[in-house]
Design a binder for this molecule. Sequence first.
Ligand code: PRP
Length: 178
Amino acid sequence: MGHRPGRVLIAQEEIAERVRELGQALSRDYEGKDPLLVGALKGAVVFMADLMRAAEIPLATDFIAVGSYGGTTRSSGVVKITADLSVSIEDRHVVIVEDIIDTGRTISYLKRNLQTRRPASLRVMALLDKIERREVEVELEYVGFTIPNQFVVGYGLDYRGLYRNLPRIAALEEDPGA
Ligand code: PRP
């Protein structure tokens, strides 16, 4: 049985409005600090692109990619960096930009890893927080939406590599015809 995007959880306009607010929060909190936004590949790319344009302050961007050791899920809890940052973050005000926080294992690892590189400050900006699934306690300074425990796609989030390009966030549903 195939799967396809179904019910819309968060519409395009709703996302745009929330991203505008988050951009304003960044502008307010990081005025004069020239922050470095670190996007977690690949899911955060779409959110990052909109967020950075919603923040009306000078800022820099970089990306980092994370994967898991063994297996395809993060449930092992063992995370590794598959593509590292291209710049030093020492003494920089760093904001990790994530599309979704699920068990919390990825962000917890990323925070710990980046913290060892001596940034001036380190915060997390997550578009979606699936809080019911949390296994690891982690502080999220900025959250766009808290969502229920449902598999979602769109606006950067994928199912088997597909649907990242949907402009809205939708629940993945079984497609009996496929
Ligand atoms: C997603 C998401 C987070 C992580 C959250 O990445 O972007 O990095 O999972 O899950 P966790 O809180 O349980 O660790 P994914 O593995 O789907 O990779 P992608 O961003 O390349 O799609």
